[in-house]
Design a protein. Structure first.
Length: 530
């Protein structure tokens, strides 16, 4: 008897195999044909921002609107009729979206000039926000700049009237609006932007909106503020960004620094604070109806800056480049040279002079030791009888103290001892220095400085990072002009040799140049911003 043949050796096997192979070929060809017929396939990855996170981008509708005027009765009971008009940039779609209000500055100062129409100078800003899925409203607050009433009564009343009317339009109660926006605006995710004088009044306006039913303030952006704010407003605990141009508004002196200092001094805040100063441009250039020829690039900058700031707040996904605490500080933003100062919540302050005693002892009660360097607490003040900073002029209208550190030979050091209980740095992301190179000191022989920062652990293992080519180490101020401060941020993982759980000393080592002079305002350990 012949042995039984295996199935794979029978003729029928080859027939079945051929049929299967042919079927696979047909399917593959069909799929390939369908792919070629699709002229615009969906990309594998969504659009990315500079911060690296995907954002919803969409079409925008720009709507001019005007509600009926309203009557305001200020504290002196003299009533006044005020307009309620503005522009709304609305993202396409039907979903409910966050909303940001924009408040414009006072007249620039020309004869007979008024602020009427200034609210129409933020089209780039409105579009940038709306393209990110954030509704943006620029409102006419020209009556705020009349001489009567003052104290931002008019500004606050106009803002609240806009909010209340738009809230009614969203619920369908207000029909005097050019478009049906029922259910579109989410006033529990609200932001405020103020420019110039409106930035100064933004804190007062913010406090007022917090008391309004159905409104939740999430963030503030101050553009070129020109006066400081009162103590009552310091209680506002929301993420706050401040943007300054190289040339401030008339009568201002980088007053955003005074506001930032108040925010930085409150270590109980949960909201981060950022101060960004451009190295070029005018404060007026952020508005197309106030800016000079070619100012559109600054309006684009403001649009990108605001969109990333508010997107980060509303989505809790960081697309706002300045606040990345685990990376070095950016040398530029959106293609323009800029320097930023950032304060993260619950940071640890190491050096920040508030008196002459700080020349010897740090904020963590460790000794400050000097070798071949001088360290002196100086006061930059408009009052000549109190000023000890000499020709150096820092930002802001207020009085400010700095450490003036000078060296006249390579190898000079300033060492801050960390006492037991303050030596564990593992809960922090970076070491931050906020400073300016003194343009008035002849010890700075070049336009840029360089030095090193080292951490030494209790076992005497030393890890050093050399600082060069950083924006904060460049001199930018002309003679007699304020020097903007910059931040140098060193991620702690760059100190890869020292044991971060037991750091005994922080050292500034002036080992790169033969001489120099810096004004150090702040040295701290920063946490990641969530």
């Amino acid at each position: 008897m012949n042995p039984k043949k295996p199935f794979y050796k029978k003729p029928v096997f080859y027939v079945i195999a051929a049929i299967v192979i042919l079927a696979v070929i047909v399917v593959v060809l069909a799929l390939n044909h369908d792919r070629k017929m699709d002229p615009d396939p969906t990309p594998d990855t969504p659009p990315q921002t500079e911060g690296g996170a995907a954002l919803p981008m969409g079409e925008v509708e720009l709507i001019d609107y005007k509600f009926d005027d309203f009557t305001m009765k200020p504290r002196n009971n003299a009533s006044v009729t005020l307009p309620v008009e503005g522009q709304l940039a609305l993202p396409a779609g039907t979903e409910r979206v966050p909303v940001v209000f924009v408040l414009h500055p006072a007249p620039r100062g020309g004869e007979g000039e008024t602020a009427n129409g200034y609210y129409g100078g933020y089209e780039n800003l409105l579009n940038s926000l709306a393209e990110r899925g954030i509704a943006a409203v620029s409102i006419n607050i020209a009556p705020q700049y009349a001489t009567a009433f003052g104290e931002y009564d008019r500004q606050n009343a106009i803002l609240m009237e806009h909010i209340n009317r738009l809230m009614r339009a969203v619920t369908g109660e207000e029909t005097n609006f050019p478009k049906d926006i029922t259910g579109r605006l989410d006033f529990e995710n609200l932001g405020l932007i103020g420019h110039g004088e409106a930035a100064t009044g933004l804190f007062s306006a913010a406090e007022m909106t917090l008391s309004n039913v159905g409104v939740k303030l999430r963030g503030l952006l101050l553009v070129s503020p020109n006066t400081t704010f009162t103590a009552e407003t310091r209680k506002l605990d929301v993420p706050t960004a401040i943007l300054e141009a190289a040339t401030p508004m008339s009568g201002a002196n980088y007053d955003g620094m005074d506001i930032f200092e108040e925010l930085a001094g409150d270590n109980l805040r949960d909201g981060f604070a950022v101060l960004t100063t451009l190295e070029e441009g005018s404060a007026y250039d952020f508005n197309s109806r106030l800016g000079s020829d070619g100012s559109d690039r600054y309006q684009s900058f403001l649009g990108d800056y605001a969109a990333d700031f508010f997107n980060t707040i509303f989505t809790r996904v960081n697309t706002f480049v300045p606040i990345g605490m685990s990376v070095r500080e950016p040398d530029e933003l959106y293609g323009m040279p800029a320097r930023s100062l950032v304060v993260s919540p619950k940071r640890k302050l190491i050096l920040h002079p508030t008196g002459l005693d700080d020349e010897k002892m740090s904020k963590v009660h460790g000794d400050i030791m000097k070798n071949l360097a001088t360290l002196q607490v100086v006061t930059d003040s408009e009052d000549a009888s109190r000023d000890t900073a000499g020709s150096f002029v820092g930002p802001g209208s207020g009085e400010r103290m700095y450490y003036r550190i000078r060296w006249e030979q390579k190898g000079a050091t300033v060492v801050v001892i960390l006492p037991p209980g303050e030596q564990d740095l593992t809960g922090y992301e970076s070491l931050s220095l906020m400073l300016a190179v003194d343009p008035t000191d002849s010890l700075n022989k070049a336009q840029e400085q360089s030095f090193s920062v080292a951490l030494t652990d209790v076992e005497k293992t030393r890890s050093s990072v050399t600082l060069s080519g950083r924006a904060a180490l460049r001199m930018t101020a002309a003679d007699g002009q304020p020097s903007a401060l910059g931040e140098i941020r060193i991620p702690l993982d760059e100190f890869d040799e020292a044991h971060l759980k037991q750091i005994g000393a922080i050292e500034l080592s002036f080992d790169q140049t033969d001489s120099g002079s810096i004004l150090l305002w702040d040295l701290s350990l920063q946490k990641e911003i969530e």
